[in-house]
Design a protein around this ligand. Sequence first.
Ligand code: FE2
Length: 424
Amino acid sequence: MLDLAIRGANLPDGRQGLDIGIRGDRIVEVTPGALGEAAVDIDATGCLVTPPFVDAHFHMDSTLSYGKPRTNRSGTLLEGIALWGELKPLLTQDEIVERALQYCDWAVGQGLLAVRSHVDICDDRLLAVDALLEVREQVKTYLDLQLVAFPQDGYLRSANAAANLKRALDKGVEVIGGIPHFERTMADGGAAIRALCEIAADRGLMVDMHCDESDDPLSRHVETLAKETQRLGLNGRVTGSHLTSMHSMDNYYVSKLIPLMAEAELGVIANPLINITLQGRHDSYPKRRGMTRVPELMAAGLVVAFGQDCVMDPWYPLGTGDMLDAASMGLHVGQMTGQDAMRDCFKAVTENPARIMRLDGYGIAPGCYADLVVLQARDPIDAIRRRARRLQVVRRGRVIARSAPLTTKLELPGRPPQVDYTLS
Ligand code: FE2
């Protein structure tokens, strides 16, 4: 007897009409039929069933703080950083915990069950670190929260960042962050990358840096990040986030850079919602799009994810925790409208970030964790198009969130009584 059966599922890889059998917290069977009885049945006939959405680039210490103490008038990255600097002294641990927990509720409702959050370590009190460690513990039964020690004000530029980063790691933060383009010189940026990667090698940790989040075509820190990754034997454990300067780089240089990144097996995270709003701010027209070269990086074999980066904070006034927003924006900005490219955009908010975060037991196969989302969509492309409702969200074999299907009743003479936004 199974504990849970999800019947008639369409999987993201294109297989249709499969039954998924679950016992305890694990998937035990995936079969085209004849699945045995279960204590609980979910009829997912014709619906996409996916492993959970994953956001590998987020800032949970600032989320849902929009308007505190004021809003970002220019909408620029630098005013956002300045605004966060104004807010930091006013923060309390309880307030950060409360906002983060509320955000995790939103995330669960959207089927987003794993988040890598950067946490600013430049406040000597390390309030945000303590707060998010507390949140990580509180949510661990329903959401995997991975924390990155992020020196927002610069690892070398900020006086106590090096000491604070070490304190944060000692407290249990598990990934090393950085922001080399925010150091005062290119040389300092390179030095920060070397120092941070050496700490990662010493401690056996992963690295995920905000890297080249700029429109400056000569911001080339990702080159150093890739080279240091190779020098220290960190292949497959290092991620470059944003990489927006690649949008503006000379094509010949990029033709040399991407193979180096591929050799270093760098993870890449673009944040389309933020990149399209924050970059190109010094341009008049034409105005650059400011997203890294996603299709080209994917074609070179790099693992590329789309992150949200921000939801309702000093940098971004919108968002609900819906990774399909990030997938849709990435699809549009990257002009990824071919069938395979659209499916790649869905992978960029599911299996690719799961690989970058090295999540254990992720997927739909016997032995994987029974973490699944049933969507009101036929397939991944339909899910992106419709920002499909998450009808059921399952974590470790238990339904933890439900939403009613979206239908709209019509009152039009001679027309159908309702629409559901699918092709008939
Ligand atoms: Fe970020």
